[in-house]
Design a protein around this ligand. Sequence first.
Ligand code: BES
Ligand code: ZN
Ligand code: ZN
Length: 472
Amino acid sequence: MKINILEKNDKLKSEVEIIFVKELDSLTQDKELLEILDFKAKDEACVLLAESKKIYVGYEKDNYDCIAIAIATAIKKLQTTKFKSANIVLNQELKDNFKALVEGAILGEYKFTDYKSEKEKRKIELDLIVEEKNSSLEKILNDSKIIAKAVNKARNMVNTAPADFYPEVMANIAQELAKDVDISCEVYGEKYLEKNNMMAMHSVGRASIHESKLIHLSYKPKNAKAKIVLVGKGLTYDSGGLSLKPADFMVTMKADKSGGCAVLSTMWAIAKLELPFEVHGIVGAVENMIGGNAYKPDDILKAKNGKTIEVRNTDAEGRLVLADCLCYAQDEIKDIDYIFDYATLTGACVVGVGEYTTGVMGNNEILKKEAVVSALNSGEYATALDFNRFLRKAIKSEIADVCNIANTRYGGAITAGMFLDNFIYEENKNKWIHFDIAGPAFVEKAWGYNPHGASGTGVRFTVEFLRGLLKD
Ligand code: BES
Ligand code: ZN
Ligand code: ZN
């Protein structure tokens, strides 16, 4: 999509006008016609008046969600026609929510068509009209374009079928993304994992025909203000392993790489936005399969920090991969200010907070709150899930240091988070946040501006969090 900021007196070429309506009574034109058409000034309400070339779209509040949903609804309506361009005269509320307008337009236009034999290639052009151009709007336009583009990159990766997207492919894409923004990218294979005692991650990928890859991107601008590490679960497929998933639960498990894809895209966005932080992106790209060589329930695995893990369920594999990736990150990178991990870690998180919301966990209450606020400001949903001493006991093992599943059916998102805490070093306990994105990462039934498929969760709230650090 091409988005331009224009002034009232500029020559307009766009074919259609999009009009945002919060109150029908405020309209000077078409009011009666809209009433007859039973148009309501509500979210997702939209009417196209083809003859007068107008799209009316409702919105309920002047916040991120409502504005992004409204513009996405209008763009989708435009996509049902042959029109290719539209304009919007910005009122104060739209100017105040300019980020939501731009991101909502680009995210709303997104369609994944790689596997369709007929692809629409229609590019839409959007003119945003203001009385007077200013540099702050131009800056928001540029930044929001980058952010939405990064979200769509994550969506494309996650939506790609597992036959076409396995650890080596993920590593190659990481190299390409790194090259595009001139940051460095190291990729390590299974020999490296063995040599460096990363046997938790190594074991998960053992039965796959595809070699596991550890990916490390680094962005190091001069005079960096802080050092941040992003770690992602990159299960390019999660069959469950020998603790095989039932057929219905296996479908969509191509999306188990969402955390890793979010990290890769976020790294791209951060470098493109030239944020003044040293940022590392570490992804464990692994395929969890069955086979004669598969790791088993009853195996005891040793992670990079020396801790032993009793495997009681091979489907709780993400935490094993992350355990070693978190250790790797902390061994390789010193004086970390923040360490975040992103993972479609538990079905329990989806049960607990619903399919729209990220579960935010960690030891630092203030940091958790800040992360939740960044998410909400960025257009994502997130809520804190609190650790407690009794759930910590549930992952004790009789024969190893810790068990990969809990001995209770309750609180599964939290026990998974507390398992990861075993691999956070003392000096980083308060710098770490675990994001369980199992719910929002993959959209089964379209909602808001998200079509069916990957949502790109994690990209927007991470960028928002980092930008928040600049205000301190
Ligand atoms: N990748 C799944 C979690 C998941 C479930 C993500 C649904 C997205 C949607 C994870 O590896 C898994 O299978 N977790 C198990 C853990 C259990 C065995 C303790 C789960 O949630 O059932
Ligand atoms: Zn699993
Ligand atoms: Zn998984």
